[in-house]
Design a binder for this molecule. Structure first.
Ligand code: GLN
Length: 557
């Protein structure tokens, strides 16, 4: 029988419920249990696919083509488990499915209501995790307790736990214990009030996980235990981690939270095997080969979650190479004003991630040209790959004004064009080319040697593609297609032969990278950046009398 853990959040949003859920899932797995994760989001969009990254951060794409919340990225990265459409429900999706059923006559004669119909639909979504191969299901409720829109979810999980029996379900409440500087004290009152709100609706949390900046004292734990009706050992501290989110599971395990949870659920406490995880943390926190700096040239840089998976995958590439990756985030519009020399000087690799719309495109193209001409390792993802094709067509092939039809539908040289299957699309939600598709790699290419195999499967989210009418002209000038969709002539990877490492891919490799198993393209990109950094250092050493070289030397200690 599947046991259920429900994670709610209190006091404020952005406490890291996703990271905490992912960390707990990892600990349960490392104690030998089979786990599934799910996020329920209380907003009315059917999925986050139509939201701006400024609103919602990254849209995470699953292999089965769902556009989902970025917390699913944490789930996959921490556990290595694949998420799917059933791993993320929103109020919009629950309602649209319910209303479609009402129109179909499924509820003839009845009044369709929040309780029981919406709550039943939510319970059905949770029940999807009940499976023979799942020992423990973790369901995270988005939003904060006290929000009007969270209420149906809280009622649904209350009912669910009642139905499966107290011993088979557990409520974890993640809350904030702030430090008030002026008073020189930590305050437990907001958490008490948040638990009070939960109790009003019949949920009595079993575990309190307290986000805090400083260590909690015994008196705080005792106070929270007493006023929130939680066992003292189940008031857990989750202090801001010093260096990396991947330390969170270790911090939780240090307090035996996983042991208590398993005991409460009546499950045997097997040995915790975190050896591999600790080894990964050693390479992450104390890398042997120094630092490498990578520029990420995007258009949502100011939003820290907009390129979440890209940043994580770069970190994974560093772990695989035993080096620390420093990221220099650059708004592409700034390049348009300040120029590449000023902003990109000294970086060892340039990555241009995905995106939509023409704002900042000129800056991206300038950054790609800089990478190509100065032989700086370059990695273009989705829109980044498309921009690399545009740049090459304009400046090497000599096709003045070559563009993507996304930015100029009338362009004389649409080197990037709308995919055929997209021409009939009218609705914008969930209609891109989405999810995992197989790709064949050309022998002797950089991508083939990175993957070490001929076929791969990668996730997609796009409407435009490389226009095959231009393939030959690009190839004659040195840009070749080295990865192709197995079932059709669709360019998936492009490379430049005459460059140390210049790779663009139409898919999103960042969604399949984990700290224990870096994505091959990220791993090799960082390896190339490392070689570039060494080359720069050697060049600097070879010119000791040159003052600027001496300066370069200092910048690569
Ligand atoms: N806007 C481009 C397209 O739709 C690229 C999409 C992306 O980068 N995810 O094809």
């Amino acid at each position: 029988m599947t046991r259920h853990i429900f994670v709610t959040g209190g006091v404020v949003s952005s406490l890291g419920k996703g990271l905490t859920s992912a960390s707990l899932a990892l600990l349960m797995m490392k104690r030998g249990y089979r786990v599934a994760l799910q996020k329920l989001d209380p907003y009315l969009n059917v999925d986050p696919g139509t939201m701006s990254p400024f609103q919602h951060g990254e849209v995470y794409v699953t292999d089965d083509g769902a556009e989902t919340d970025l917390d699913l990225g944490h789930y996959e990265r921490f556990t290595g488990l694949g998420c799917s459409r059933k791993s993320n429900y929103t109020t919009g999706r629950i309602y649209s499915e319910l209303i479609a059923r009402e129109r179909a006559g499924d509820f003839l004669g009845q009044t369709v209501q929040v309780i029981p119909h919406v709550t039943d639909a939510i319970k059905n979504a949770i029940r999807l995790l009940d499976a023979d191969d799942v020992d423990i299901a973790i369901t995270e409720i988005g939003g904060t307790v006290g929000d009007i829109e969270s209420l149906p979810y809280l009622e649904a999980i209350r009912q669910y736990r009642q139905e499966i029996g107290r011993d088979n379900g557990l409520f974890i409440h993640l809350t904030l214990v702030p430090y008030i500087k002026a008073a020189g004290e930590m305050k437990t009152k907001p958490s008490q009030q948040s638990v009070g709100l939960l109790r009003n609706i019949g949920i009595f949390p079993d575990v309190l996980i307290c986000r805090c900046e400083r260590a909690m004292k015994r008196e705080h734990r005792e106070k929270l235990a007493l006023f929130c009706n939680v066992d003292r050992e189940l008031v857990i501290e989750e202090r801001d981690v010093r260096h990396s989110i991947y330390e969170v599971p270790v911090e939780l395990a240090r307090q035996d939270v996983d042991v208590y949870i398993l005991e409460k659920l009546g499950l045997h406490v097997h040995r915790l095997d975190m050896e591999q995880w600790h080894d990964m943390l050693r390479r992450l926190l104390r890398p042997q080969h120094g630092d490498v700096e990578i520029a990420v040239v995007g258009k949502y840089i100011s939003h820290q979650d907009a390129y979440k998976s890209v940043y994580e995958a770069l970190t994974h590439g560093g772990i695989a190479n035993d080096m620390r990756v420093k990221i220099r985030g650059i708004e592409s519009e700034q390049i348009e004003q300040a120029g590449c020399r000023t902003l990109l000087d000294g970086v060892s690799g340039i990555l241009v991630p995905g995106g939509f719309g023409d704002r900042g495109i000129d800056g991206k193209i300038a950054a790609i040209r800089y990478a190509r001409e100065n032989k700086v390792p370059f990695f273009g993802i989705c829109l980044g790959m498309q921009c690399a094709v545009m740049e090459f067509a304009r400046h090497v092939v000599g096709l003045a004004g070559a563009n993507s039809a996304e930015f100029d539908p009338q362009t004389t040289h649409p080197v990037i064009d709308l995919m055929c299957e997209q021409k009939q699309v009218a609705n914008l939600g969930g209609t891109m080319r989405l999810g995992g598709f197989p790709c064949r790699l050309t022998a002797n290419s950089r991508s083939h040697s990175a993957y070490g195999r001929e076929e791969t499967r990668e996730r997609h989210r796009h409407r435009y593609e490389l226009n095959n009418a231009y393939r030959d002209r690009l190839a004659e000038n040195g840009m070749t297609v080295t990865g192709e969709f197995i079932e059709g002539q669709l360019a998936e990877v492009i490379e430049l032969a005459d460059h140390p490492w210049f790779v663009g891919c139409q898919f999103h490799p960042e969604f399949q990278s984990t700290p224990l198993d870096a994505h091959p393209l990220f791993r090799e990109f960082i390896a190339a950046a490392m070689i570039h950094a060494k080359g720069a250092l050697n060049a600097a050493c070879a010119r000791p009398s040159d003052a600027s070289a001496a300066q370069d030397h200092r910048s690569y200690p």
